[in-house]
Write a protein that binds this ligand. Structure first.
Ligand code: ADP
Ligand code: MG
Ligand code: MG
Length: 436
């Protein structure tokens, strides 16, 4: 028996089998499922070819202090995004060098700059964000990985995983020595829906609809008045295979509809802006409250632009301590380890502007523990690390802040040997929090 100080030490295999069986039945009955890639018609025919979502069998222990800290940060980040979004010059200036070497970010900036030229105002501003953190074992600090302002995914499934874990602990908690009340409630999905509904209401046109932009129906903007546009797609170059998608994005931006996100909110969520905001005295430009500023700064990891020779040289010497990030979303884009050195050396030798496409980030090393991960009906007992995402909703109409809340969470757990580990990519699983 392995003992690592948590409940994730090895359990009797009979008990694990029983728990896995219960978890899989529960998942099927409650819609904790995803499309099964093995089944060809899955994804085109609704209700065909579903499999349980990849999950951790039991919730991940997480210290309550850090949990509270992460929750407290949500409304502050919401406010920060809003303030930064209003500073068009800051966004354009900060991303000007990136624009030269990154065509995708360039196109977003072009739309943004056209909106500045026509002096487009967004009175109603809706943000559905997710700020992601890891607990750094070396410094004992909760450090931000990134802030997502577009298409912050998994709000639906994450609520279900919390419910599943509570349910399992209600039934097996005595055996496991665990209390289901230590799994925080998760209302991410209903709170996102509430925010969309409230934005629709602020728009004041009862016959207007809420439009979801999903892959691959970009061009369908309907024959109806649209009050709110939610972008579930549009964050990746792949979502714009032709000029029509860009025209659609432009048209939507120019319209009066509430966008989630607007082009400015989208740009505030880029990694380059994350890095610029972490520079000394930048937060002070956007926020007045000193406590808020201190709380934000405390969760910032080391971030450098690649015109900082000192940072680049350190990363070439000790690449394992850094992550190199381009301006992309959706996972699988970052560079780690020896590849950091190779990429930096190559870009330096070429003396190329390409360096501006990336930012450099301190690598965060969470403590690992043992957990049971369940995928395709099979469980593995693995050494894992976790990333906690906190959802935030923000709705504002001119001077009135209608909503500014922390709204649920997403815990993702991955095998500790994996650098990136997306849930869809097959390395990470959906998890929930067990407060300790
Ligand atoms: P994306 O927008 O593609 O999700 P992220 O910045 O979240 O980009 O990086 C993807 C994943 O890479 C994260 O979920 C995390 O597992 C890992 N990662 C990113 N930054 C760091 C870091 N500084 N230290 C350790 N792991 C990181
Ligand atoms: Mg992201
Ligand atoms: Mg991420």
């Amino acid at each position: 028996m392995t003992v690592d100080g948590t409940h994730h030490a090895a359990l009797a295999s009979g008990l694990v089998d029983e728990l896995v069986g219960e978890a899989l039945v529960w998942s099927s009955l409650h819609g904790l499922v995803v499309g099964d890639r093995i089944i060809q018609r899955s994804g085109t025919v609704p209700g065909v070819g579903m499999v349980h979502a990849p999950i951790a069998l039991l919730p991940m222990p997480f210290p309550e202090d850090y949990w509270r800290q992460a929750c407290e940060l949500a409304p502050i980040f919401n406010e920060l995004v809003d303030r930064v979004s209003l500073d068009g010059k800051f966004l354009q200036d900060s991303l000007s060098r990136t624009k030269k070497v990154d065509a995708f970010t360039g196109r977003l900036l072009d739309i943004h700059s056209e909106m500045l030229q026509i002096n487009k105002k967004e009175d109603i501003r809706l943000g559905l964000h997710r700020s992601d953190y890891m607990l750094d074992a070396e410094t004992n600090l909760l450090l931000q990985i990134e802030l997502n302002t577009i298409s912050s995914s998994f709000s639906g499934l994450s609520c279900l995983v919390s419910e599943l874990h509570r349910n399992l602990l209600d039934r097996y908690g005595n055996h496991l020595g665990l209390d289901s009340r230590k799994v925080p409630g998760n209302k991410a999905l209903s709170q996102s829906a509430e925010a969309l509904a409230k934005a629709w209401k602020e728009y004041c046109n009862s016959s207007a609809v809420v439009l979801f932009v999903v892959q691959p129906e970009e061009r369908n903007i309907g024959g109806q008045a649209v009050a709110v546009v939610y972008f579930r797609a549009g964050y990746s170059p792949r979502d714009y295979p032709s000029e029509s998608e860009w025209s659609a994005r432009f048209l939507i931006e120019k319209s009066n509809a509430v966008k989630c996100p607007s082009i400015s909110y989208h740009l505030v969520g880029t990694k380059k802006i994350q890095q610029e905001l972490a520079k000394p005295n930048v937060l002070e430009r956007f926020l007045e409250n000193e406590d808020d500023i201190a709380k934000l700064r405390k969760c910032f990891a080391g971030l450098w632009s690649l015109d900082n020779a000192e940072g680049v040289n350190r990363a070439i010497e000790r690449p394992e301590l850094f992550v190199l990030k381009p301006q992309r979303e959706g996972g699988g884009n970052n560079i780690y380890g020896e590849d950091v050195r190779k990429t930096l050396v190559k870009l330096q030798q070429e003396g190329s502007e390409e360096l501006a496409a990336y930012i450099l980030m301190q690598r965060i090393f969470p403590a690992s523990s043992l957990a049971y991960l369940v995928r395709d009906g099979i469980y593995h007992h693995d050494q894992v690390i976790s990333e906690l995402g906190i959802y935030g909703t923000y709705l504002r109409n001119k001077d009135e802040v209608v909503m500014n809340e922390q709204s649920g969470y997403l815990m993702r757990t991955k095998v500790s040997s994996s650098n990136e580990g997306g849930v869809a990519a097959g390395f990470a699983v959906l998890d929930s929090v067990y407060l300790t």
